[in-house]
Design a binder for this molecule. Structure first.
Ligand SMILES: NC(=O)c1ccc[n+]([C@@H]2O[C@H](COP(=O)([O-])OP(=O)(O)OC[C@H]3O[C@@H](n4cnc5c(N)ncnc54)[C@H](O)[C@@H]3O)[C@@H](O)[C@H]2O)c1
Length: 345
């Protein structure tokens, strides 16, 4: 095989990927793809905002489209990353699956569990790869903590604390009125960014069976909850606390997670990626682990997982049914806040 033939083979085995929604999170997906996911060619950049679609098309060499229908009609892609407001997740996912496309859908699956059930069913029936994108599954700090737990560095798990706490960051909300609208998102921080704090807890402790929580609305800009305090219980019987807070004021530093075991503790620094510290009898003053840390790195494994599933038939790190658990937890917390009692997930 000549070099030219080899090039042809690799070109034809690349995934022809569409980016649907060229907004804030698309930047992270694209940077990860460009840096670390070679078997992808971005062939379509779709956004109702033509300036955004065009800019991504120029950057990737793909074609800009103003609508999903246009890109489907042009047969411009085989797989798609859907990165749209939550209320558009169901209609666009169903349309893409019906057109025979592989779909990676940004979290949450949909604002409601009913819509999510319809999406899941369409994914099952499609025979294509359907993946719910929960980047925390691949967050380097989260994976490192999982490895420490598996290596027995902190013994048996006793309890945990998760804190999704952040100052209101206009970067995620400027020009994104949808993200402040309860009707368009399905809720507030518990259903939105909160999922990235629940997935790690499930990876370390196992599934969450019941929750009790309250919600509040301190951030005027956001219709949904911007404060949440809860206790979650895992299948093992272990309890953890899980907090969420977004306010429009500077805040003091706060770790994202604390995992306490019978023989030590793991502490993961605050968002967007504050490294991993291990405390046990060998490291009484703490061992700061080395790593290529950070939230941005989590999009590497996520995109690799999608591509490997399409090209190699590799299993996803978390299938779509499993990935619905974060939304189930969010809705259980909302039910608990209304009923003032424990609610099953
Ligand atoms: N994994 C994470 O850490 C993370 C972080 C932020 C957002 N998200 C998720 O990503 C998704 C998108 O969020 P975002 O922050 O990128 O939003 P965004 O508003 O920045 O981007 C959405 C884009 O979709 C475009 N759009 C809207 N309606 C459209 C339509 N009908 N057809 C074509 N384009 C349309 C908008 O013009 C915009 O450019 C949401 O599901 C959100 O929850 C995930």
């Amino acid at each position: 095989m000549t070099a030219a033939d080899y090039h042809l083979v690799t070109m034809t085995t690349d995934v022809r990927l569409a980016l649907l929604g060229c907004g804030a999170i698309a930047r992270y997906h694209l940077d990860a793809i460009k840096g670390y996911v070679p078997r992808v060619k971005v062939t379509a950049c779709i956004d109702a905002d033509w300036t955004r679609a065009s800019a991504y098309a120029v950057e990737t060499g793909g074609t800009a489209f103003a609508s999903l229908d246009d890109a489907i009609s042009a047969d411009a892609f085989d797989a798609i990353s859907i990165m749209l407001p939550h209320d558009l997740h169901e209609s666009t996912t169903l349309k893409c699956l019906a057109a025979g496309k592989h779909v990676m859908l940004e979290k949450p699956m949909a604002p409601t569990l009913e819509a999510s059930a319809r999406i899941l069913e369409a994914g099952r029936a499609s025979g294509r790869v359907f993946m719910l994108a929960e980047n925390a599954q691949y967050w380097p700090e989260v994976v490192a903590a999982l490895n420490l737990i598996r290596q027995g560095e902190i013994g048996d798990l006793v309890t945990g604390r998760a804190a999704f706490v952040s100052e209101y960051n206009p970067k995620w909300f400027t020009g994104q009125a949808w993200r402040l609208s309860q009707a368009r998102t399905g809720g507030g921080i518990t259903i939105d960014g909160g999922s990235h704090w629940v997935r790690p807890m499930r990876m370390w402790f196992g599934n969450i069976t019941r929750v009790v929580g309250v919600v509040g609305y301190p951030m005027e800009e956001m219709q949904g909850d911007s404060l949440m305090r809860s206790l979650v219980q895992f299948e093992s019987g272990v309890y953890a606390s899980y907090d969420g807070l977004m306010v429009n004021t500077p805040l003091g530093p706060q770790e994202s997670w604390r995992i306490t075991g019978s023989d030590g503790e793991i502490v993961i620094g605050g968002f967007p990626g504050g490294g991993v510290n291990l405390y046990n009898r060998k490291h009484r003053s703490g061992l700061s682990l080395e790593g290529n840390w950070g939230y941005a790195m989590s999009f590497v494994g996520e995109n690799q997982d999608f591509v490997n599933a399409i090209l190699d038939g590799a299993p996803l790190a978390a299938g779509p049914e499993d990935s619905l658990q974060e939304l189930r937890v969010a809705h259980a917390i909302y039910r608990s806040a209304a009923s003032a009692s424990w609610e099953n997930v």
